[in-house]
Design a protein around this ligand. Structure first.
Ligand SMILES: Cc1cc2nc3c(=O)[nH]c(=O)nc-3n(C[C@H](O)[C@H](O)[C@H](O)COP(=O)(O)O)c2cc1C
Length: 323
């Protein structure tokens, strides 16, 4: 997720590191790679983080769990927006309240909360959370109100897609959420059913979302891979900012290119890899090889010879590799 001078909000990053099940099945899902966070922090390219979703099930998570979850985003004391996912509006408000206590007691700079109403993962949908919430805009509205009730002066953002099955659903969804008091919307232009399929009219849908939201700022999301994509989205939809997820994982310099359009469009992936190596050595414990492989898969792609070379090395050898 990236912003520049023509965006109203400071730079933020959203989305986890691309997860490639061929490399490391199982335990990485839903977790943003600590190496990636450390490298972005190290480079100073992030002005604030939106965390990936914290899924709420039966009760307010214990403080120790919350701190574990937030750990990688708070290392540089950057402002963070904590994304929550769930189905129980009261629990969401209570959890936001508990998390916000860390703002004072641990000096964690919590800029606001975001409600995930867009995740298309089958497991999430089965639980009735994420994208399923788009079928029940009144429930989303009660989540916004619940957080506002517990924390009246803290911004509440909502991440949505344009509908569950049909983008025309946004005509009900967006005004309902805005009327409930949401301060900002992040809109991924696909519907949940469209998952990540190509669609021809994403920007038109976003433009409509911006109109429906009225005074509530909308950040657009979907297929931002280049600075031109970002500029086009802003120009054609009048959105207040853009988010890049997959594009940023493939090209961590994307933000810099958006901020400085005059910068040469060189391939700097190896440079970023060197930052990952440096960041790894500065972490309290050397991370597992999986983190490097995950990053290398995003940056270079699995068929790339550099990726193949890494598969044969230990993590100690990867860190010491002259790239
Ligand atoms: C691996 C991955 C993890 C993501 N995790 C989250 C998340 O935790 N919360 C969220 O709101 N969106 C999440 N997203 C969605 C992105 O923020 C974004 O809306 C979507 O990927 C479309 O943008 P893109 O085309 O730039 O990738 C994730 C996307 C990817 C690819």
């Amino acid at each position: 997720m990236a912003t520049s001078s023509f965006f109203r909000k400071p730079l933020v990053i959203n989305g986890n590191v691309l997860y490639d099940s061929r490399i490391q099945p199982g335990p990485m899902e839903g977790v943003m790679n600590p190496l990636y966070c450390a490298a972005m922090n190290e480079l100073g390219w992030v002005e604030s983080w939106i965390t990936p979703f914290l899924r709420l099930t039966v009760g307010v998570p214990k403080q120790v769990k919350l701190l574990q979850f937030l750990d990688r985003y708070i290392q540089k004391s950057l402002p963070i927006v904590v994304q929550l996912m769930g189905t129980d509006a009261e629990l969401m408000g209570e959890t936001a309240y508990e998390i916000y206590k860390l703002h004072d007691s641990k000096k964690i700079n919590i800029r606001g909360f975001d409600i995930n109403c867009g995740c298309p993962s089958k497991v999430v949908l089965k639980n009735g959370s994420g994208g399923t919430l788009l079928k029940n805009p009144a429930l989303i509205a009660s989540m916004v109100k619940s957080i506002k009730k517990h924390l009246p002066s803290v911004p509440v953002e909502v991440k949505i897609r344009t509908g569950f099955d049909d983008p025309s659903e946004s005509k009900t969804i967006i005004p309902t959420i805005c009327d409930a008091g949401a301060d900002l919307l992040h809109v991924h232009f696909r519907t949940v059913s469209e998952s990540y399929r190509k669609i021809p009219d994403g920007l038109e849908r976003l433009q409509q979302a911006v109109e429906l939201a009225g005074d509530v700022p909308v950040f657009g999301s979907g297929d931002i891979y280049t600075p031109d994509d970002a500029q086009k989205m802003v120009d054609e939809t009048n959105c207040a900012g853009v988010l890049a997820a997959r594009g940023l994982l493939k090209d961590p310099f994307l933000i810099q290119r958006v901020l400085n359009p005059s910068q040469k469009n060189e391939d700097k992936r190896k440079e970023f890899f060197r930052t990952l190596q440096k960041a790894a050595l500065e972490l309290p414990k050397l991370p597992g090889k999986g983190g490097f492989m995950e990053q290398a898969a995003c940056l270079f792609g699995v068929p790339d010879p550099f990726f193949k070379k890494l598969t044969k090395l230990s993590v100690e050898e990867i860190v010491a590799l002259d790239v």
